[in-house]
Each structure stands twice: as C-alpha cells, then as structure tokens.
Design a binder for this molecule. Structure first.
Ligand SMILES: [Zn+2]
Ligand SMILES: [Zn+2]
Length: 216
C-alpha cells in the first residue's frame, strides 16, 4: 500500500511547485482502489499539489473525511466537480454533490480490503474517525487531527490487529511514552510537538510534508 501526502502544513519534496497550507490530505493507493483521506482546506491548493505529484483526481474512487473541520473537508467541493460516482465516508450527513454516494460513518467497519475505519470516536471539540491500514509488517493508523486523543485512537485501532505505525495530525498530544512500541511515527499537520517526537524517537520518527511517500 502506498501513501502520498498531498496536503500538509509543510512541504517535503521541495522545488517542484508543491504548496504548504494548514490542513491535511493523504492519498492511499492499494492494488484495487484509490482512496483520499481528508481534502485539506483549499481546493485550489489540493488540486495544485495533485497535479504537481502527477495524481489525476478523477481516479479517486473513495473519499474519507476524518472530521468536519474546514482544514480537512475544505477541498471536497473542488473535487466534486472532477470525481463522479465516488463513495464519501464522513461523520456528517451532507454530500457536496449528487455525484458522490454518501455513507455516514457510525461504528467501525471496512472501507475496503485492508483498510478499516475506527468509526466515530468521541473527541473535543469534535468527534473524529481514523483509518487503520494493513501494511506488510502490521497495521498503521492514519489520523486527521486526533481530537479524540492518540491513546483512544490507538486503543480503538488495536481491535483490528497489532499497530506498528502512526501517521497524521496529533494536535497537542504529549503523552509520548505510548509511542515507544511503534516502528513508524510520522507526525503531520497540526502536531504541536513534532520536534520533541523527532528527538525522543530518532530511529522511528519520519518527517512529513507534501510529497512525502510512505510505503507500508
Ligand atoms: Zn486539522
Ligand atoms: Zn480538527
């Protein structure tokens, strides 16, 4: 499974015209499906980054929105013009277009083979869902902002298998010891203590940013 960061507060792959902005989006490519997790804040920046990374938005067949904050669902409208017939998995009950087939997520369930949602987890100020992805050597959690808290998200994800990686926005998270057993930590987007995580876990932490590719 291949993950490409297409929207983030930082740019990873410099000098090819990628733009950073407050928000998060990650493309997930499996053998059978192209799934977009979150859409960033601005459609213009999302589409610019996709174009520069040679990603054709019309090939996306599923979209998952982690939670209903503008920096995660803001790019949806721009995508709705370009994507036809995609399934949209979100906690909200609104579809940006008749073209998209809305699935309102409640409990945990499979999105496709090897990709599951934790289902709606209670969070402050908003509820959120995270994805749990089956990699070659274990399961990875992909999170938007981690409003429910990293501990709760990891706990809910462990029902699916052994969690070896965590990728995404971790917000104000600072209970660092719970990352000790992970093999990969990629703090993205709103993570307040990125530097501290790099310092504490030099062998397992991975720098994020637009253009970063992670094969799992
Ligand atoms: Zn966010
Ligand atoms: Zn948020």
């Amino acid at each position: 499974m291949k993950l490409t960061i297409v929207y983030d507060n930082d740019v990873y792959k410099k000098d090819i015209g990628l733009k950073s902005d407050w928000g998060f989006s990650c493309l997930i490519e499996t053998r059978d499906e192209i799934i977009l997790f979150d859409t960033g804040a601005k459609g213009r920046i999302l589409l610019n980054n996709m174009q520069k990374l040679d990603i054709d938005p019309s090939i996306i067949n599923k979209i998952v929105i982690s939670h209903e904050h503008w920096d995660h669902n803001g790019g949806l409208k721009a995508l709705a013009h370009l994507i036809s017939g995609a399934e949209l998995y979100r906690l909200g009950e609104e579809s940006p277009s008749e073209n998209m087939h809305l699935i309102t997520v409640k409990g945990p369930h499979a999105i496709t083979k090897g990709i599951l949602t934790t289902g709606r987890l209670k969070g402050s100020p908003v509820d959120e869902q995270s994805l749990v992805l089956e990699g070659k050597n274990g399961w990875y959690v992909l999170a938007g902002c981690s409003h429910p808290g990293v501990e709760q998200i990891l706990g809910a994800s462990r029902q699916f298998g052994n969690i070896v990686g965590l990728i995404g926005g971790l917000h104000g998270f600072n209970d660092f010891s719970i990352l000790e057993d992970l093999e990969v930590v990629c703090p993205a987007h709103c993570t307040k203590h990125k530097k501290k995580i790099y310092e504490l876990f030099p062998k397992t932490s991975v720098e994020c940013g637009v253009g970063k590719i992670i094969e799992i």
